[in-house]
Design a protein around this ligand. Structure first.
Ligand code: SF4
Length: 370
């Protein structure tokens, strides 16, 4: 569980099991919500209330985000990694695959290809390789890209507070760091070696970034590793903690799901579409002001539906291999992607689907160049 929580895993499980329909209705009727409302809304007792939850979540979403959906693209700048995460194809032990780190010129070419689609918000992603992706290198990348995009975010190895200060100065505004699991013993099992084996260092990543000035603090666990209701209870506690400690920043939720593929990692606790929808609706209701994103791990139909009720932000036309947009856009049999894409639509097709739902595509809602 999230360490600052005053409740044990057993107490949380007990609460979730004993939540009633009346408690769910009470949480749906309240104007302001706390952590117990989140528990009520993710409980099994809430499952028959999904239709009502959709209505309440949609209203909350419209109050804060209107009929808009912000779009972004990830740019993978490298896939070498010193960690051994059991579920990831970028892990150090995996052999026979193409490993590359893009040069600044290649990164610019990739960024140009993304920019041509109209996308103005970029997430820079890299495997954890301290020999290559130093703060100085990431800062160089940020300084180059900030003149091309209105908003830059980072999903790379956790850094020190001073490191984040330098990266913020270089132009990054947002940070994403998945905790993967809040269960310490499961965390140890999934991350047997490398710097990522340090649970506490990773857990306090958003806190260090928030103190360094980052405006968006992205949090998530990896859906499929541990029981999702227990992990969601910890994620909510983590978010409340960050909202207190870094009150000038905005928390962003993501719900990355491990989707089973032939020969791939088999998630021990699979999460189905109804589970995922219930969780996203619950978080939208309890945290109406927070950002929420849905990635191309999910299928088009699910993404198009959930951006109307819960998520306010989605990726479009994602490529999850370094060089995938322009440098080496052709398929390569030894290419390794960090996860399997379930939505292969082009950015234009994603924008058209958003508009077909009566929503407006937002390319820019922030400008770090002013
Ligand atoms: S999840 Fe991240 S840190 Fe772990 S192996 Fe993959 S790229 Fe490396």
């Amino acid at each position: 569980m999230f360490p600052a929580l005053r409740f044990t895993e057993e107490e949380v499980a007990d609460y979730l099991e004993n939540a009633s329909s009346a408690m769910v209705r009470g949480s749906l009727a309240r104007a302001r919500h706390d952590w117990f409302d989140l528990l009520n809304l993710i409980s099994t007792a809430a499952r028959p209330h999904l239709a009502e939850m959709r209505g309440v979540a949609q209203l909350a979403r419209r109050r804060y985000y209107g009929k808009t959906v912000s779009v972004y693209a990830p740019l993978y700048i490298g896939n070498t990694c010193v960690n051994s995460c059991r579920y990831c194809d970028f892990r150090r032990q995996r052999t026979g695959t193409v490993r590359r780190n893009l040069t600044l010129d290649e990164i610019r070419a990739e960024a140009n290809a993304i920019r041509e689609t109209g996308i103005d918000s970029l997430l820079v992603v890299a495997g954890e390789d301290p020999r290559v992706n130093t703060v100085a290198h990431l800062a160089d990348v940020g300084r180059m890209l900030k003149s091309m995009f209105s908003n830059l975010s980072l999903e790379v190895a956790p850094q020190t507070e001073d490191g984040y200060r330098e990266l913020f100065e270089a132009g990054y505004e947002g940070l994403t760091c998945f905790q993967e699991t809040y269960d310490k013993s499961l965390y140890r099992e999934m991350h047997p070696a490398g710097p990522k084996a340090d649970y506490d260092w990773r857990l306090n990543t958003q806190l260090r970034a928030g103190r360094a000035g980052f405006r968006i603090l992205g949090c998530a666990f990896l859906l499929g590793l541990g029981p999702w209701r227990r992990e969601a209870a910890s994620l909510a506690a983590h978010a409340f903690y960050l909202m207190r400690e870094c009150y000038e920043a905005k928390v962003q939720f993501a719900f990355p799901r491990i989707c089973r593929v032939d020969g791939g990692f088999v998630p021990p606790c699979e999460v189905d579409d109804d589970d995922l929808e219930q969780m996203m609706l619950a978080f939208r209701i309890v945290f109406p002001q927070c950002c929420m994103t849905v990635s191309t791990r999910e299928k088009p139909a699910f993404r198009d539906r959930i951006v109307q009720t819960a998520a306010d932000n989605m990726s479009a036309g994602s490529r999850v291999t370094p060089g995938g947009y322009a440098v080496d856009a052709r398929e390569h049999p030894a290419d390794v992607a960090q996860f399997t894409l379930s939505d292969g639509r082009s950015p234009a097709e994603v924008f058209a689907a958003i508009r077909a739902n009566g929503q407006e595509v937002v390319f820019k809602n922030w400008d770090n160049r002013i």
